[in-house]
Design a protein around this ligand. Structure first.
Ligand code: ZN
Length: 272
């Protein structure tokens, strides 16, 4: 029985010389769904019905014109019915989600950890683009996210339920303290409550170590991009708000792939 099973496994591998393609296709299809979420959740509309339609002419898009990435290329970025241009962001988000699926498959192969991190990264992509568009992180995603991603102990060998709780408190508490301090200092809100709930969600998934890494890396990336934006925009309005959500998300994703390596490298540097 065991031998037969082994043989089946081999033939599977033969049929799929590069399982990464499979991961990419699945990832791109989920990315297509994330586009729907990014577009509809901030407007409080259903993400399941109606099916996809052109935002310009309202014509519904049949499935054969809704193939991730390929349809955009075949239609040359234009709606088949009204010739209205389709944002390049749709295929880019599909490709991005597909690439993360491949990277996860390479790092974790097909394990519960890979599935868990894929769901987590999908939620972070959705949150990031909504934050870019609307400068909000919807509670409709982050609050259920805190509960759902507390299941990390079930999927990740290194996590415990206690680690998740500690991560939620660190993420939520730390940012809340920073926000309160900033408010006392400047008498204006610097960081939104949405960021705090997002960081609590990241803490649920990655624990104390992960959430501290995320705050540190996210702030570093945010400061760097913030300075570049100030240098290269004529707009001298300093209240111009750069959403923090995408940077925190980038920090958390960096932690999944490179966190342990980077922490070891940093500890090695300072203890030399
Ligand atoms: Zn159209």
């Amino acid at each position: 029985m065991l031998i037969i099973y082994k043989e089946c496994e081999n033939t599977m591998a033969d049929y799929m010389p590069f399982p990464g393609w499979f991961a990419f296709i699945v990832g791109a299809c989920i990315g297509s769904f994330l586009n729907v979420c990014i577009y509809r959740i901030p407007e409080n509309r259903s993400i399941v019905s109606p099916g996809s339609f052109c935002p310009n002419c309202q014509n519904s898009i049949p499935f054969y014109l809704n193939i991730p990435i390929l349809s955009y290329i075949f239609l040359k970025g234009r709606c088949k019915f009204c010739q209205g241009s389709i944002s390049i962001r749709y295929p880019l988000i599909e490709a991005l989600t597909g690439i993360f699926a491949v990277l996860l498959a390479l790092k974790f192969s097909l394990t519960p950890a890979a599935v868990y991190w894929f769901v987590f990264i999908s939620v972070l992509i959705t949150i990031s683009f909504i934050d870019l568009d609307y400068q909000i992180i919807p509670d409709r995603i982050s609050i259920p996210g805190i509960f759902i991603f507390s299941s990390s102990f079930y999927f990740l060998p290194e996590m415990t339920l206690f680690q998740s709780f500690a991560g939620i408190l660190t993420g939520g508490g730390l940012l809340y303290a920073v926000a309160a301090f900033y408010y006392l200092l400047r008498k204006q809100e610097g960081m939104g409550g949405g960021d705090i709930k997002l960081l609590a969600m990241i803490g649920a998934a990655t624990g104390i170590k992960g959430v501290l890494f995320t705050v540190f890396t996210g702030s570093l990336l945010g400061t760097f991009i913030g300075i570049l934006t100030l240098l290269y925009t004529k707009n001298s309005d300093t209240k111009f708000r750069i959403p923090f959500g995408p940077f925190l998300s980038a920090g958390a994703i960096l932690y999944i792939f490179l966190g342990d390596g980077l922490i070891q490298w940093y500890v090695g540097m300072i203890s030399r």
